[in-house]
Structures are given as structure tokens and as C-alpha cells.
Design a protein around this ligand. Structure first.
Ligand SMILES: [Zn+2]
Length: 160
């Protein structure tokens, strides 16, 4: 048996996200820092100042693991649009399946990930790039149009 096999689990290195747009290493900023884009506290953010791109970290993540890819202004707008478009379906899902809003949203993004050909585990809004966001918005809008013709109680997506 080689000695390497007895070595314990390696310590996970701290994450170092890179900017999706220029490839530079992102910098962790906190509220009050010069680079921090908000006046109020949105938690620590990984920022690329030159691209004005950033992403938040998982709440209570001591390692400041980023939620997903860095997003520039265009991608932030698309994510807000996708979030707003999905909300009526999330509400319908809650009514129909009796789940809470967090479950319904998580399921919604897993469903969308599948629809656009991503791994369902990557089903987080923060994993999407601009093109994937646009495809997801189109899918939600198409679903909404068909929804108008069916009974409202049946109008959530199916997870299978
Ligand atoms: Zn950049």
C-alpha cells in the first residue's frame, strides 16, 4: 500500500472565481469597501471592477463560495427578468403541489436547466450565462402562453 493512500482528505482550497468577461481573478469585497457596488449590505461579493461584474456568496459560507458566475449589468438584468417571469409559475407550483416558495423556486430552476439542456444540479439562476438566461425566459414565456388555455390549478410545470 502506498503512503499516499493513507493521507487524509485534503483541505479544500479557498475559491478563486475569475471574471467571465475578461478572465481576471475576482476580488472579494464587503460593504464599505471602495469596490463594493451597493450602499447597503448584500453580503460579500466577488467583483471584477473593470467589467462591473459581480456575484454573491452562499449565506454563512465561511469560504465565501460564489453563488455562480460573475454577472455584468446585462446578465443581472436578464436574471431579474427571468426571476420575475418565473414567479407566477412558482406561485402556481406552491398552490398545486403544496411546497414552499424556496422549494418551488429550486424546482423551477432545475426544470429550466433541464429544458435548456443543462445538468439539473446546475439549476441555479446564478449558473446561467446571458444566452442561457434568454432561452430560459423564452421557455417560461411559452409556458405562460399555454398556461392561459389550461386550468390554473394544473398550470405548474411537472418535475418528471
Ligand atoms: Zn472582468
Amino acid at each position: 500500500m502506498s503512503s499516499a493512500m493513507r493521507v487524509g482528505r485534503p483541505v479544500k482550497p479557498l475559491p478563486q472565481p475569475h471574471c467571465e468577461y475578461c478572465g481576471k481573478a475576482a476580488v472579494l469585497a464587503r460593504v464599505g469597501d471602495e469596490a463594493y457596488p451597493y450602499r447597503d449590505d448584500h453580503g460579500p461579493l466577488w467583483i471584477c471592477a473593470s467589467c462591473q461584474a459581480w456575484i454573491g456568496t452562499f449565506p454563512r459560507s465561511a469560504r465565501h463560495v460564489p453563488l455562480g458566475r460573475l454577472a455584468d449589468a446585462t446578465l443581472r438584468d436578464l436574471k431579474a427578468k427571468l426571476h420575475a417571469a418565473l414567479e407566477p409559475l412558482v406561485q402556481a407550483k406552491m398552490r398545486r403541489d403544496g411546497c414552499n416558495v424556496f422549494e418551488a423556486r429550486a424546482k423551477g430552476y432545475r426544470w429550466l436547466a433541464k429544458q435548456i439542456g443543462l445538468e439539473p444540479e446546475k439549476g441555479s439562476i446564478h449558473a446561467l450565462d446571458a444566452e442561457q438566461c434568454e432561452r430560459a425566459i423564452a421557455i417560461v414565456e411559452q409556458f405562460e402562453r399555454q398556461r392561459g388555455r389550461s386550468s390554473p390549478s394544473e398550470s405548474a410545470w411537472d418535475d418528471r
